[in-house]
Design a binder for this molecule. Structure first.
Ligand code: ADQ
Length: 469
């Protein structure tokens, strides 16, 4: 943020992570907090609280030098905007699951109403020199609503999830309106070229827009659309993996395994993460490789999320049954092949679990990026690193080419990759790990933030240039 000393950064996201609260803070929260602190900016979002009647009252707080401004929403807002349009409509559609997507007029109405509420509450806080950075699919039309209120600031938007192929996106009622609203921003970011390509394709084929390098034009608006892969705080994560807490966890896990190899999966309980396919792939491995019985354990850590949405209740029930069935079929009195855990762990403990695992099994069916894959790499012991098995459908697969890349829909590929990883000699593991770690360290979370915000700051320079011409 050094380049533009006058500009404050205003970050707007669905939820605000309260700064300084815990060591559990995600990398995104840490990275954004740093930029907010340095620029004396504000983080704006929903408090997570529900109120009887929306008042527009803004709760201000400051911790660790980071200012936050939050609003409470009504129950109907949460139902229609958050559980509804965001998580029952856009999330499944953008993860290629139109079979799960629900298209309800009320959801769309609620989504627009809440975005208007965000715009009403946030716009008085914004000064002309501020840079605005809107995060994710909950708030796509917010930029347009700011422009409608006369804001001329530099505005960026980052999408943390995939952008779906045009043929799927056109199944959404009023898709053109939603996509047009992105042209209110100056810079729109995606994790990978693939998501960016799909966006450009839609704009060209469905809207008659034009693409020239990073510039995408629709009518009289030209924006920059870029691929900018998010990273983790690699250094901090590697350090966390050797912290006392992590070491304690590591010892505890290893002791419980009695020399068995640990395979670890860590995901929010979400159908996009391919957990059912993962369990089936592991079951296939147990079937194909009886020589490994009693010698491996899969620990799947999956804290429930979005429990109010039916498809999440369903995937939970499916996994409960599947884990039970596989364990019933293969367990012995002193060996259980799957440890299925529905809780979250603090970052240091999680790092210790990653480090104790010979294999990190990350098999989403579709994922914008996937930070777990990067965290697993960062947590490894350089002298004896584990092997990452990664779905080719995660954004992270573009960067982590030295993982064992698999098609998560194929139980055979998963089974083969597990046995290959278990048999991999130390030198090969080290070489693959080194290459992955280089990428995780180079394109870390600060790199991501700088890459995006520097584009955004330069955006106005260009406008000024063309005005001067
Ligand atoms: P998510 O879908 O939540 O993020 P991911 O990128 O893997 O997916 O991030 C999950 C985070 O939650 C990781 O930092 C992980 O450590 C943590 N987590 C998961 N299970 C946990 C557990 N049991 N205990 C503690 N922590 C746990 C969305 C997109 C992704 C994109 C990110 C960031 O879906 O594709 O990578 O945003 O842009």
């Amino acid at each position: 943020m050094e380049r533009d000393a006058m500009s404050r950064l205003i970050v707007i996201s669905n939820r605000v992570s309260r700064p300084g609260k815990s060591s559990n803070q995600g990398g995104l929260a840490v990275a954004l907090s740093q930029a907010l602190r340095e620029s004396r900016g504000i983080w704006v979002g929903w408090s997570g609280e529900v109120t009887d009647h929306f008042t527009g009252h803004i709760g201000f707080a400051e911790a660790d030098g980071v200012k936050t401004a939050t609003i409470d929403l009504e129950e109907q807002d949460v139902d229609e905007y958050y559980n509804g349009y965001a998580n029952k409509t856009l999330w499944p559609l953008f993860h290629f699951r139109i079979d799960l997507a629900e298209y309800e007029r009320d959801f769309e109405g609620g989504y627009n109403r809440v975005n208007q509420r965000f715009a009403d509450c946030a716009s008085p806080l914004i000064e002309p020199e501020d840079i605005i950075w809107v995060q994710d699919y909950h708030l796509i039309p917010l930029g347009q609503m700011f422009r409608d209120r006369g804001l001329k600031n530099r505005m960026g938007f980052f999408l943390h999830i995939p952008w779906p192929p045009t043929r799927l996106l056109v199944s959404l009622p009023h898709h053109t309106k939603l996509v047009s609203s992105l042209f209110a921003y100056d810079v729109v970011g995606f994790h990978t070229e693939e998501w960016l390509e799909s966006f450009r394709h839609y704009v060209e084929k469905e809207m008659g827009g034009t693409v020239k390098g990073d510039y995408v034009t629709l009518g009289d608006r030209t924006i920059q659309a870029i691929a900018c892969p998010i990273g983790i705080n690699a250094q901090a994560f590697a350090q966390a993996a050797t912290s006392e807490t992590a070491q304690k966890m590591h010892r505890q896990v290893r002791a419980s395994l009695q020399d068995r190899a640990l395979i670890v999966g860590v995901d929010r309980l979400d159908y996009s993460k391919g957990l059912e396919e993962r369990f089936n792939g592991y079951a296939r491995f147990l079937k194909d490789h009886p020589e490994y019985h009693r010698k491996v354990v899969l620990a799947q850590i999956a804290p429930p999320s979005r429990g109010e949405v039916e498809s999440y209740q369903q995937i939970r029930a499916t996994l409960d049954a599947l884990a039970g069935r596989i364990n019933g079929q293969y367990s012995d009195v002193d060996w259980t092949p799957i440890r299925y855990v529905n809780q979250g762990y603090p970052r240091d403990q999680l790092a210790g679990i990653y480090r104790a695992a010979r294999i990190g099994l990350v098999t989403p069916l579709r994922d914008g990026m996937n930070l777990v894959a990067k965290e697993y790499v960062a947590a490894q012991d350089p002298d004896d690193p584990g092997v990452l098995i990664l779905s080719r459908f995660a954004g992270a697969a573009i960067q982590l080419k030295d993982a064992l890349l698999i098609n998560p829909y194929s139980p055979e590929e998963m089974s083969d990759a597990i046995s290959r990883a278990l048999d991999m000699p130390l030198e090969k593991r080290k070489a693959r790990w080194r290459a992955m770690m280089d990428s995780v360290e180079t394109q870390d979370i600060s790199w991501w933030r700088e890459a995006f915000t520097s584009r955004l700051m330069a955006a106005q320079d260009k406008t000024q240039l063309s005005e001067a011409e």
